[in-house]
Design a protein around this ligand. Structure first.
Ligand code: FE2
Ligand code: FE2
Length: 328
């Protein structure tokens, strides 16, 4: 498995190939192949030096391959790089594609059960009906359960969207407990629905990446369309409630530059936006720390979405101090 690799590890296994790129050297004739080899535990960079011209097209189309080589480099940020000596196309039919994608460590059936009990706890008949049109639809549920929450940053793995949604619902329940002015049923409904557009924003059967629809429209617009369709299928859905649902969905990213065409203008929308931001940022931060798990440095590399590196010695310091009480 990719996560077991270390410097000098010999590689001889079948991997999924990602981000394949050919670069021509300064001599204008030697071509090197840069790519990533991945399995369900993760991915690492790989290089196939000096690829002959006539093989470029064939190699560029390979999805799965038996890869032989060695881990030859450990970069200053702790990431590994493999030098490949042999790359032979493997038959895709022999393989379960989802095995080659990163997966949630959580029990997804259990999370779905929690989600269903959240829906059952909703008392408002219109909101409950709307939720059920989605979560009683097995085709939608299968996609929702498998979808990642993102391609990078937070929960970028199969089951990530379900994890993110369940965590967000818990944060929203706490907000509802503290602030009685916030309508619990409405906030929970929106937490459950806010990112449903991600089932179409990303493709996640062979590789986790944006779909054309995701790139062109984004999950906010897709989600709005999905909700609009479902509401139209329901009899006598109150129009003012429909507007509040749509407003809360549209504004959940909180700022124009983060893709929201409207800013939160009702209490539920502002609560959902900050709860969503809290969940995504904390989960994203945890993700960085997990990725840097075997990394001996004190600081991570520069994290583009935080615009800072992350200090990695936090646990070590806290663990050493944890037994020190006042008597000591
Ligand atoms: Fe979102
Ligand atoms: Fe979200």
């Amino acid at each position: 498995m990719v996560t077991d690799f270390n410097l000098n590890t010999r590689i001889n296994n079948i991997f999924f190939l990602k981000n394949v790129e050919f670069r021509v050297r300064r001599d204008n004739k030697t071509i090197d192949m840069f790519f990533k080899i991945a399995d369900k535990t993760g991915e690492i960079e790989a290089v196939n030096w000096d690829v002959s011209d006539d093989k470029v097209e064939k190699l560029g189309k390979i999805e799965f391959a038996r890869v032989e080589g060695y881990i030859t480099k450990k970069k200053s940020d702790g990431t590994l790089q493999a030098t490949v000596s042999s790359l032979i196309k493997a038959a895709p039919l022999d393989l379960d594609y989802s095995d080659y994608l990163p997966q949630s460590k959580k029990d997804l059936d259990q999370l779905m059960n929690i989600l269903y009990s959240n829906i059952e706890s909703i008392k408002n008949i219109y909101l409950k009906k709307l939720l059920k049109t989605f979560f009683d639809d097995q085709e939608f549920v299968e996609k929702f359960k498998k979808a990642p929450a993102a391609t990078k940053v937070h929960q970028p793995y199969l089951g990530g969207l379900l994890e993110h949604t369940c965590n967000l619902v818990r944060i929203c329940e706490t907000i509802g407990d503290i602030y009685k002015e916030v309508n619990r049923d409405f906030l929970l409904t929106m937490a459950l629905l806010h990112d449903i557009g991600k089932v179409r924003e990303y493709t996640y059967d062979r590789v986790i990446e944006y779909t054309d629809e995701g790139k062109l429209l984004g999950h906010i617009t897709i989600g709005l369309e999905m909700i609009d369709q479902k509401i139209k299928s329901l009899d006598n859905f109150p129009h003012d409630l429909e507007l509040m649902i749509k407003h809360t969905l549209l504004s959940h990213h909180g700022r124009f530059e983060f893709g929201s065409p409207k800013l939160p203008s009702i209490l539920t929308a502002i609560a959902l936006h900050y709860a969503d931001e809290t969940e995504a940022k904390i989960s994203g931060f945890i993700n960085i720390k997990e990725e840097c798990g075997n990394f001996k440095e004190k600081w991570s590399k520069w994290i583009w979405w935080l615009e800072r590196p992350v200090y990695l010695d936090e646990e070590k310091i806290l663990k050493n101090k944890i037994n020190e009480t006042e008597e000591d």
